[in-house]
Design a protein around this ligand. Structure first.
Ligand code: F6P
Length: 408
């Protein structure tokens, strides 16, 4: 019988399967006999205000848990909040540990990306410094797939599947007219191009895929890009290009800033990116005198739960379960992580890695996954990414649209 209560938070940008991880921690804890499973409303920021939810009040039946697994975007609410340094922010930690004590928390789980792992790492360090028995465990999540220490992150597979499917559909549409045109598709991923590379997954017998793919790992040169487009247009009229929102010039400036718009920053100091496709479409239109369209995939790519990857959804759930079992075993300061055992047949085992090695670090697409010209991905990328988009999870349809668990 598990001793005490647990608390779970979700943080950072949402994904289509982040709630499957929440369901995973919840289900494993309930099975182990945890009395109460609390959720932080709006992550650690919410907990600081004492805002928590008793998950039993919203998950009353097994069907509710199933629906939670199919519901996109952080059910508990999210935040982008950086905990202060341990030395200067003692008051914040005292407040948080008072909340833990009040709720009789014996383990705390945080589902998030590299910035969120900073939170769980700091909580672990503070807990250790005061001799607290509370365990702190991270559950990986990111559509960007940019966490070190793990083969991939839950959320990436479903976003990649949706993006690949949509790219194929856009290519069908973009090539209908017998006229010169360039369609630029902008994909999320600030520093890591995993998702943009995933647009290549639409290639097959029925689709040639994008003509060019640009990831943020390599510097983007506008002039050579335009020259390539012009040359390609001599043999093919309608071109489709996919670019990461975070592509930068050799000087380090974001391409989306080249239009002159001033961008805003989030609390982590990250530039809030958008407008790359629109900017490029305008430049291409002017320079190549052809029809252009800029398509920013935007929010749908991280909340499209109607086309989940079954691999991703089940792994997200399993990561949640594994995180609970790690805490149950007495581990703390760790993150559940995937270790690949093979590509074909695909296999992964779940291990744990020290969360300190994941916090604030980034895992970008290796050079060997990008072609020599820097305008496409390689077969090695495809072999890596293809298994992660495998399988479908049928949505539960109500009144003609997928049902979700309503956030309260
Ligand atoms: O969490 C990752 C991410 O989805 C990035 O790909 C994107 O740049 C960013 O979040 C968007 O942030 P926000 O949630 O503030 O819109």
């Amino acid at each position: 019988m598990y001793n005490g209560n647990i608390i779970i938070g979700q943080s950072g940008g949402p994904t289509a399967v982040i709630n499957a991880s929440l369901a995973g921690v919840y289900s494993a804890a309930k099975q182990a006999g945890a009395a109460k499973v609390y959720g932080m409303r709006y992550g650690i920021e919410g907990l600081l205000k004492g805002s928590v939810l008793d998950l039993d009040e919203v998950l009353k039946t097994p069907e509710d848990v199933t629906l939670l697994r199919r519901t996109p975007s952080s059910f508990l609410g999210s935040c982008r909040y950086r905990l202060p340094n341990l030395e200067t922010g003692k008051k914040t930690y005292e407040l948080l540990f008072q909340q833990f004590e009040k709720l009789n928390i014996t383990a705390c789980f945080y589902i998030g990306g590299n910035d969120s792992m900073d939170t769980i790492h700091k909580l672990h360090l503070y807990g250790e410094s005061i001799g607290s028995p509370i365990r702190f465990i991270g559950v990986p999540k990111s559509i960007d797939n940019d966490l070190p220490g793990t083969d991939h992150t839950p959320g990436f597979g479903s976003a990649a599947k949706y993006i690949a499917a949509l790219t194929k559909e856009i290519i069908c549409d973009a090539t209908v007219y017998d006229m010169k045109s360039v369609t630029v598709i902008e994909v999320m991923g600030r520093d890591a191009g995993w998702l943009t590379g995933a647009t290549a997954l639409c290639r097959g017998a029925d689709c040639d895929g994008p003509d060019f793919i640009y990831l943020p790992e390599l510097a983007f040169d506008l002039e050579s890009f335009l020259t390539k487009l012009e040359a390609k247009m001599k043999t093919k009229k309608s071109l489709v290009v996919t670019v990461s929102e975070g592509i930068r010039t050799a000087q380090g400036g974001y391409v989306c800033e080249m239009g002159g718009d001033e961008k805003r920053h989030d609390v982590f100091g990250h530039t809030m990116l958008c407008g790359t496709a629109q900017f490029l479409a305008e430049v291409i239109g002017r320079r190549l005198s052809c029809k252009t369209r800029g398509i920013e995939l935007n929010t749908p790519q991280r909340c499209a739960a109607h086309l989940l990857s079954a691999c991703d959804e089940s792994e997200a759930f399993a990561a949640g379960e594994a995180a609970f079992h790690a805490a149950e075993k007495g581990l703390t300061g760790e993150m559940a992580a995937f270790r690949r055992t093979g590509d074909a047949p695909y296999g992964c085992e779940i291990v744990t890695v020290p969360v300190g090695a994941v916090a604030n670090a980034e895992q970008c697409v290796p050079r060997s996954y990008i072609n020599e010209a820097g305008d496409d991905v390689t077969e090695a990328f495809i072999a890596y990414a293809r298994p992660l988009i495998a399988g479908e999870v049928a949505p539960i349809i109500r009144d003609g649209v997928p049902a979700v668990l309503k956030r309260r």
